[in-house]
Write a protein that binds this ligand. Structure first.
Ligand SMILES: [Fe+2]
Ligand SMILES: [Fe+2]
Length: 276
């Protein structure tokens, strides 16, 4: 039997998206079955790759080079689903990466329950997006995708609190802000499969942000740190450019992110000239 860390590395080093997510589902099921039987798997230790394996397609471009398409057109809707599929595939790797990368830090088993569940859900999200793309005559890999998505993981490869602050509490929380607008686009176009898929994603992402907030606060408590101040410092260190309102205050609250965590970071733009 593999240890949980070895399972994580197995997912991270699998390139094909459908194959990666099939392994992710299988390993998550094995973890849960062992937990339910009262015989949890060993966490173990394994070395995750600095960058996960990815399929030959999509071609990865810098954000400036990724062509913008109007969301109101069929091509625009395909591009939107393709971008979400790419985010979900990165999210699968991000959750397995946090499991394998920080095994030197001692945690209750609930930490692993949460991230295994998140990885399992992201795997479902990726497959849902692929199914929608295929229904619309496209597929994941057909369009270029954002190259910078693993940046946050590399920047925080040695800082677990930075990882929790930036990945679930900033990037995944941003998903809560923008998903309702996406659902609206597909409602207008009457694409039922995409509406249902995005609603599943929207509901489950609240949990991922909540796991981030939970374990961030856990570590702050362990080290007697003020969570809000530490959060602000870490986001300023690892996430340049500030956060972009409007915020989904209701869902953020549900996920354990109070307004004084994110509002002070809104629209901090150190790289743009201020006019006042
Ligand atoms: Fe997701
Ligand atoms: Fe997520």
């Amino acid at each position: 039997m593999l240890t949980l860390s070895e399972m994580a590395v197995d997912v991270l080093t699998t390139a094909d998206g459908r194959e990666k997510t099939a392994k992710s589902h299988a390993h998550a099921a094995a973890w849960r079955a062992a937990r339910d039987a009262g015989t949890p798997l060993e966490i173990g230790s394994a070395t995750p790759p600095l960058r996960p394996s990815r399929p030959a397609e999509p071609e990865l471009l810098s954000p400036r080079e990724v062509p913008k398409r109007k969301p109101g057109s069929p091509q625009g809707r395909i591009a939107l689903l393709h971008a979400v599929a790419h985010i979900e595939l990165n999210a699968v790797d991000l959750h397995w990466d946090i499991i394998a990368r920080f095994t030197d830090t001692r945690f209750p088993l609930g930490f692993y329950d949460d991230w295994v569940r998140a990885a399992d859900e992201e795997s479902k999200h990726f497959n849902l997006m692929c199914d929608c793309l295929e229904e619309l005559g496209s597929h994941y890999g057909a369009l270029p995708a954002h190259a910078g998505m693993w940046r946050a993981a590399e920047d925080t490869a040695e800082d677990l609190m930075g990882r929790l602050a930036v990945v679930p509490m900033v990037l995944e929380a941003r998903g809560l802000d923008v998903t309702p607008g996406m659902i609206e686009i597909f409602r207008k176009a009457k694409v039922d499969s995409a509406i249902a898929a995005l609603e599943t994603i929207y509901a489950e992402e609240v949990g991922h942000v909540a796991y981030g907030s939970k374990w961030f606060h856990f570590l702050c408590g362990r080290h007697d740190l003020d969570p809000r101040d530490v959060f602000h410092d870490l986001v300023r260190t690892y996430f340049k450019g500030g956060l972009k309102p409007p915020f989904n205050e209701e869902k953020r609250a549900e996920a354990g992110l109070p307004p004084d965590f994110y509002w002070p970071l809104a629209n901090e733009t150190p790289h743009t000239k201020r006019t006042t």
